[in-house]
Design a protein around this ligand. Structure first.
Ligand SMILES: C[S@@+](CC[C@H](N)C(=O)[O-])C[C@H]1O[C@@H](n2cnc3c(N)ncnc32)[C@H](O)[C@@H]1O
Length: 213
């Protein structure tokens, strides 16, 4: 990590980091930001923050919560937050599943899970972030009409995502034709991992789901 990033970890992160109190009091996303926000959007595993930062710039009235345990990725993201003077991003630097438990019902209007670790070996499938427990928690957190965006380049994870999300009946897949998952929406910035997947010639899939009552 570079010296200026270490300074940002020490000096900027404490002012925007989400810390859990340890008691059962739910977090209040509306009170996390210095100005009033219209909605809260969540990114799980933001890596080096390319998508999180572009979304935060493009949607200044939205409050963003990013979860990422990888400290170098947090440091790079802090560099962008500082350079751009962003005030609508908060960071949780641990396992997103811990944070999800602490968020109140119906508090998240949009969730992004972009290129989650695929854990391709069968014996590691239980480590995948997308599974029945995360999906049922997202159903609790996301109101009707809220959007869930997931991307992956791993063939077995593609199938896993569709099977698990559609079998819970809480989300509707918005695709009507292959183009809808082969081509991203215009407001879906590219991530570092996506660039690597494209450079290696791997086919990425972009899944868009809506929360159903
Ligand atoms: C393959 S990388 C993709 C990063 C980024 N989304 C991108 O597309 O470039 C997966 C990321 O998810 C993070 N991650 C893994 N498990 C996580 C968890 N339980 N909670 C939050 N982030 C997690 C990893 O640290 C890693 O940065």
């Amino acid at each position: 990590m570079k010296g200026h990033q270490r300074v940002l970890i020490d000096e900027l992160l404490p002012s925007i980091e989400i810390l859990l109190s340890g008691d059962a009091t739910p977090l209040n996303p509306d009170k996390m930001f210095p100005a009033a926000i219209s909605q809260t959007w969540l990114e799980i595993g933001f890596g080096s923050g390319e998508h999180l930062i572009k979304q935060a710039v493009n949607n200044p009235l939205v409050g963003f919560i990013g979860c990422e345990p990888y400290i170098n990725g947090v440091a790079r993201t802090l560099t962008s937050i500082s350079r751009l003077g962003l005030r609508n991003v908060r960071i949780f630097r641990d396992d997103a599943r811990i944070l999800l438990q602490a968020l109140p019902d119906q508090s998240i209007a949009r969730t992004f899970i972009l290129f989650p670790d695929p854990w391709p070996k069968t014996r590691h499938y239980k480590r995948r972030i997308i599974g029945p427990k995360t999906i049922s928690t997202l159903c609790r957190l996301m109101p009707k009409g809220a959007e869930l965006r997931i991307a992956t380049d791993d063939p077995s994870y593609k199938e896993w995502i569709l099977v698990h999300i559609l079998s819970c009946n809480g989300f509707k897949w918005r695709a009507r034709r292959p183009q809808d998952w082969q081509v991203k929406l215009a407001d879906w910035p590219e991530t570092r991992y996506e660039m690597k997947a494209n450079a290696a010639g791997r086919q990425c899939s972009f899944f868009l789901f809506s929360r159903e009552a």
